[in-house]
Design a protein around this ligand. Sequence first.
Ligand SMILES: Cc1ncc(COP(=O)(O)O)c(C=O)c1O
Length: 281
Amino acid sequence: MIPLNFLGEGQSCDFTVTGSWAKKAYSDSKKRGKVNVIFDGAEEKFMRIPDASSLTVTAGAAYLHITSNETIEGIEWHDFPETGDVPMIADMSSDIMSRPLPVEKFGMIYAGAQKNLGPAGVALVILREDLLERCPDTLTAYLNYKIHADKNSLYNTPPVFSIYALKLVMEWVKEQGGLSAMAELSEKKSSMLYDTMVQSNGYYSCPVDEASRSKMNVVFRLPSEDLEKKFIDEAKNEGMIGLKGHRSVGGCRASIYNAMPVEGTEKLAAFMRKFAEANPQ
Ligand SMILES: Cc1ncc(COP(=O)(O)O)c(C=O)c1O
């Protein structure tokens, strides 16, 4: 919907290609117009986020698209670029609500619900009002953001269960102390896992650049693929599921979204230590 609404005839847009999800959004924009790739992490196997101050946006670009957290590769933007007149659009599906955000820096923020917001079935869109003027009248209604905005997100029959559950999650976040409490929690949980890797003397390794490490998806490798398989199987027996890395990258991945309590990462860290001791390289 982003290129359909905002990439006008003859215009170009900017992209940072930081991983699997950025690549998918990039290929959609490419179907509609010219895309300037201002950062491409492919050659480095998507192991880092670019330094925000090193990016140069293209004057006159319709937008710059970024993916604030690459769910599969385990890298996350910790500082956002200044984009001047070029609206920055961010896919925040996998780290929305995990920290306070400089919302004013963005032309648009969008996120699927299913990580930190609620059950799948709704998507969150925060859109700067002036951008609605760009939505072409020629678009079919459902694909047009202006129609959704004008109709107060009620153009279609809303999925009330998903929206109700999302409201409950927002209330829970508030009760926990809001976004700064969520940030504190994520810092605590993720650093517990990254520290466990450091203390393992190389048994566990994190393939991504230290400054780019995600606080939502902690990726790690063991000394061999056989040990990784054993680790995932034994963790499962102890009630820890979903630790297998995405099939496109392999390895292990601990997704520690807001709903994961500190005790969950404590249990995983203890298991990592025990496993390394029991299975020397
Ligand atoms: C960063 C990111 N963007 C987009 C998606 C796609 O979400 P959906 O499957 O709801 O389209 C995901 C799903 O994991 C994601 O992590």
